[in-house]
Ligand binder design. Structure first.
Ligand code: PA5
Length: 445
């Protein structure tokens, strides 16, 4: 098993009867996923994706990745939310948060279109000077403002650099299979397209072409990743809480929520997990935060954040619980050198590996927080392999669907994301929004 739930530190907060009392509701929630009878059931493509994916497209992804690796120094992944977070999480998890600075024979990968920062674009344009560049534009709708604007800018850059005919070879588009602005554009210029499946929402799409193309470009085995997800699917097929850690995780979150723990903090001790945190926050925040319900998903990377958020976690308002992702094998052997003068008094650590020290920090902080009345769950993660990443994705996706149904929401829609867009379009004077524009401007005066 690549992931293992360790409930030891929860014993003080949740008794076994409370968990048992969730069995019927959990069975019903998982049943809704299995028989596709719950709200949002049109978006359950992720559930059997590890088995049931487009093998022809999968082969094309690998080919396109090789072509991109040969053609460019830089791949820019243009997308927002579910359209880039999974790929970035995978690349930083399996390779490094410093991926671009590593010695490697794969292109640097940068991300654009996930904000509207002029400075961020300017900086990336300047990084691209003198480099060969390809784009992977990822947008289901093809009209999301942030990636659409970024695509205009980086497409202009490509045309200035290589001339208009370069688009066919340097732009790879991941979008709807049949319709939409990007699909039409891709067909008209003849660039290669990949599909955002109709039955997978953005935040559940990392194991589709959305995530797999950039991941493959980074030189990560997408075969192994799918294999890990497939193994997880098999492992988490039982409806029995005692046999299924993903269901248990969903049940514990809901028990803790009912006890007034409104904030779940995903905690990890490796910077390589930082973007996994971001991916997880979107997955759970967008899936559960609706109808005035839902845990607020937060995250910290330790020990860094023990020196910023540690005080609150230890002694602040007791509305939080922690889910710690504990990497079992970091595969690195750096150790502390001796210092003859022992100026920092740390010679008792001489020869100890950093991973050993990190593991003591994790255990010490987890015990301290539990003593400070913070429920703590631990999810052990074996390694940072592609296989384990695929497994982790499936674990959290399944738990999220079940957890959302336990909460009584549709875990597969995101109606609230539209509100800011309407106001932004109105304030920008988009045709058709005149009335809203006047009303908003009056409020801002
Ligand atoms: O999870 C989601 O559905 C969102 O985060 C979308 O992925 C995001 O808004 C981007 O949408 P699109 O792919 O249509 O550009």
């Amino acid at each position: 098993m690549a992931l293992k739930l360790d409930e030891t530190l929860l014993a003080k907060f949740v008794n076994p009867d409370e968990l048992d009392s969730m069995q019927a509701a959990v069975r019903a929630s998982f049943g809704k996923i299995k028989d596709r009878s719950g709200a949002g059931s049109d978006f359950l493509g992720w559930f059997d994706l590890p088995e049931n994916y487009d093998k022809e497209e999968f082969a094309r992804i690998k080919k396109a990745a090789q072509k991109i690796q040969k053609t460019c120094d830089i791949l820019i992944v243009i997308g927002i939310g579910g359209s880039y977070l999974g790929a970035r999480a995978a690349i930083e998890f399996c390779k490094s948060p410093l991926y671009n600075s590593l010695k490697k024979d794969t292109p640097d990968i940068y991300y654009a279109g996930n904000n509207i920062s002029s400075q961020a674009v300017e900086e990336l344009l300047s990084i691209c000077e003198g480099k060969d560049v390809c784009l992977n534009v990822i947008s289901k709708s093809g009209t999301t403002t942030e990636p659409a604007v970024a695509f205009r800018i980086f497409r202009d850059m490509l045309i200035r650099k290589y001339g208009p005919d370069c688009i066919r070879d340097r732009v790879f588009i991941t979008t709807d299979a049949r319709k939409g602005a990007l699909k039409n554009y891709a067909d008209s210029v003849g660039c290669e397209t990949f599909v955002v499946p109709d039955n997978c929402g953005g935040r559940y799409s990392v194991l589709t072409a959305v995530g797999l193309l950039p991941i493959a470009v980074a030189g990560i085995s997408i075969d192994e990743m799918m294999e890990g997800a497939r193994a997880a699917r098999l492992c988490y097929s039982s409806c029995e809480l005692a046999e299924n850690d993903a269901l248990k995780y969903a049940a514990y979150r809901n028990i803790l929520r009912c006890k007034g723990k409104k904030v779940e903090i995903l905690v990890d001790y490796e910077p390589a997990f930082t973007m996994v945190n971001e991916w997880w926050k979107q997955l759970y925040g967008e899936s559960e935060g609706k109808d005035s319900k839902g845990l607020f998903p937060a995250s910290v990377v330790c020990t860094t954040d023990l020196h910023s958020m540690g005080q609150y976690m230890q002694e602040g308002e007791r509305i939080i619980f922690e889910t710690i992702l504990n990497l079992k094998d970091c595969g690195s052997v750096v150790s502390v050198p001796n210092d003859e003068e022992n100026i920092d008094g740390l010679n008792f650590l001489t020869g100890k590996s950093l991973s050993y020290i990190n593991s003591k920090a994790f255990k010490g902080a987890a015990l301290a927080h539990a003593d400070g009345n913070v429920p703590v769950m631990v999810v052990d993660v074996d390694t940072r392999s592609a296989y384990d990443f695929g497994w982790l994705v499936y674990f959290f996706e399944l738990a999220c669907g079940v957890s959302g149904y336990l909460l009584g929401v549709n875990p597969f829609n995101q109606p609230g994301v539209e509100a800011y867009k309407k106001n932004m379009f109105a304030l920008l004077g988009k045709p058709g929004y005149e009335e809203a524009q006047a009303a908003l401007e009056a409020r801002l005066r």
